[in-house]
Design a protein around this ligand. Structure first.
Ligand SMILES: Cc1ncc(COP(=O)(O)O)c(C=O)c1O
Length: 361
């Protein structure tokens, strides 16, 4: 975790009148200007009026749903998708189109087929596509450059909003970097969600939404919290603008890279039946466990042995999707996070998972 002691002292002394007041509705201008520069390095051109600071990416997702969708609309998500996003979509009364992924990302062919079918049957077509193109949660997949272009072209053709959720892009251990969807968007239909949760610390509850100035102004009207906390924004800005973020990211990326390698080596040695891709960044391994038919029970057994994992079933928006051998989607998968646990905990944890796997099930 980063040390914010100096920034917090500064925020509460020199910037006291700013940090103990309500913040501007879009967030501190200093921070929004810094975010513009940060995004420019990724090829995203945005002005401060096109950015609103929010209380984390999940808050941004909720606001994007509020702005762009109505009860009964359809959202396209990958299958599997980020499990915390699912209840947010549900709270807006949305139905789901679950879209498969391959090694290059979300299937555009599937989207085209499904749209044709839905149009023919008079069913709603998705108004929004939600995806995590870099180090996807949970699969770790990074979308290929072609697929990124195809996705943006698809959204343009069918007038769909894309929500690009990008918490892990900077947690990179290697591999090529591809342009964010937002950098490929010249019609303003990509809504980009950023967050300091994985860049610095999740407890900060500071993220941001990039959209057109008009949509950002409307989001500001829908955001009924009196503005995100100026004290935290000032602390984050002082830390980042002093160049400390990039040092911190270098440090954590080296650390998480080590953790990933240890977890991969342990799995290969102790649980060779496990199938998974090795991601070039992010936090997670998405593990297929052949023969496991109830990942929920597997996860419960792991918890009982002191190992925190998440059952694959939780990453599917609903169970109404074809899955091999008519099983519950995700019931033969688990998600492991290699970020937080120490190398010793990782080694010990994989050993315990292997024991559970080898018990009769
Ligand atoms: C896909 C995705 N989006 C967003 C977040 C973080 O959201 P927030 O900034 O609200 O903590 C996470 C963290 O787990 C995530 O995996």
């Amino acid at each position: 975790m980063p040390d914010f002691t100096a920034e917090a002292a500064l925020a509460l002394t020199r910037y006291r009148s700013e940090t103990l007041q309500y913040a501007p509705r879009l967030g501190l201008l200093d921070l929004r200007e810094w975010i513009c520069e940060f995004l420019a390095e990724e090829g995203i051109k945005a002005s401060p009026a096109e950015i609103i600071v929010v209380n984390g990416a999940k808050h941004g997702l909720d606001l994007a749903c509020k702005l762009f969708l109505n009860d009964g609309d359809c959202v396209a998500v990958t299958a599997p998708t980020y499990f915390t996003g699912i209840p947010i979509f549900r709270s807006h009364g949305l139905s789901f189109l679950q879209v498969p992924q391959d090694a290059e990302g979300i299937s555009i062919d599937f989207l085209h087929r499904e749209i044709k079918l839905r149009r023919r049957n008079g069913q709603p077509i998705p108004k929004m596509i939600y995806d995590i193109p870099d180090f996807h949660n949970p699969t770790g997949i990074t979308m290929s450059p072609d697929r990124r272009r195809q996705l943006v072209a698809f959204a343009n053709q069918f007038d769909v909003v894309i929500v690009e959720d990008s918490p892990y892009r900077k947690i990179r251990f290697g591999g090529p970097t591809f342009p964010p969807l937002k950098a490929l968007d010249d019609s303003g239909r990509v809504v980009y969600l950023g967050t300091f949760a994985k860049l610095l610390a999740p407890g900060l509850r500071i993220g941001w939404v990039v959209s057109t100035a008009e949509s950002v102004a409307r989001i500001a009207q829908l955001k009924s919290d009196g503005g995100s906390c100026p004290l935290t924004q000032r602390i984050v800005f002082e830390y980042c603008s002093a160049g400390k973020l990039s040092q911190h990211l270098d440090r954590v990326s080296v650390e998480y890279h080590k953790h990933r390698d240890i977890m991969v080596a342990e799995l290969r040695e102790k649980l060779p039946q496990a199938s998974f891709r090795v991601p070039d960044g992010g936090y997670y391994l998405w593990i297929g466990l052949p023969g496991i038919v109830d990942a929920d029970r597997f996860a419960e057994a792991a918890t009982a042995k002191g190992v925190e994992i998440i059952s694959g079933t939780r990453f599917y928006a609903d169970r109404n999707i074809a899955y091999p051998e008519n099983r519950i989607p995700g019931s033969d998968h688990i998600r492991l996070a290699f970020s937080f646990a120490s190398p010793t905990q990782i080694k010990d944890g994989i050993g315990r998972l292997a024991e559970i796997f080898h018990q009769p099930h």
